[in-house]
Unconditional design. Structure first.
Length: 209
């Protein structure tokens, strides 16, 4: 087969003659080009798959991490809430102990003071100030306090201040206290009542803090 390429200018025709070696060379080049494109496409697809897998795995890990963080946060919040509830419980229990202790101490102090000196005159004066204007007054006293009042100068003072004053001995009333009944109303000045009022004020003060 001839390897000469002849050009006929006059007839404006082109004739190309290729031998088998040239054809083989072209086929090899085409194959290499196809292989290269295949490798490039394969690499591109691999990268796409890798990136997608990476993104999916990252998203899944982030989701799991966020879920774990939420669970830990809820667990932490639950622990804090439990501590707060315990603290409130301890505070309430402590307040009750303080109030009860104060109550017992108050009773002991008042009882000791009453044993050392009579306070019935002071209690009566303060209590009668609350029923000024009453005409009929009944004063209930502990028998020991009644004997003390009868022997003192306080009885004539009461009779001058009020029109009708009567006394009645009552063992149910603690020494140092009294109970006054009038047409205007009653005054409870028993020692136990006054102590309870003090404790109530203490409880209210604690609750307001």
């Amino acid at each position: 087969m001839s390897d000469v390429i002849k050009l006929n200018i006059k007839s404006k025709s082109l004739k190309a003659v290729l031998n088998e070696d040239n054809i083989s060379s072209i086929d090899i080049d085409d194959q290499e080009s196809n292989d290269k494109r295949f490798r490039v496409e394969l690499e591109r697809q691999f990268n796409l798959g890798y990136n997608k897998g990476y993104d999916d795995a990252k998203a899944e890990l982030e989701s799991e991490y966020n879920q774990q963080m939420m669970e830990k946060a809820e667990e932490f919040y639950s622990i804090i809430k439990s501590f707060e509830e315990r603290i409130i419980s301890y505070e309430t229990a402590f307040e009750k102990v303080v109030i009860e202790t104060s109550k017992q101490i108050s009773k002991k102090i008042i009882t000791r003071e009453i044993e050392n000196q009579s306070i019935i005159e002071t209690v009566l004066k303060n209590s009668l100030q609350k029923v000024i204007g009453a005409n009929q007054i009944l004063i209930k006293l502990n028998p020991n306090d009644y004997q003390s009042i009868v022997k003192s100068d306080f009885l004539p003072e009461l009779e001058n201040q009020f029109n009708k004053v009567k006394f009645e001995e009552d063992e149910k009333i603690e020494k140092g206290g009294c109970l006054i009944n009038t047409e205007l109303g009653n005054v409870d000045s028993k020692i136990s009542t006054m102590v309870n009022e003090l404790i109530k004020k203490l409880e209210n003060a604690v609750e307001e803090q």
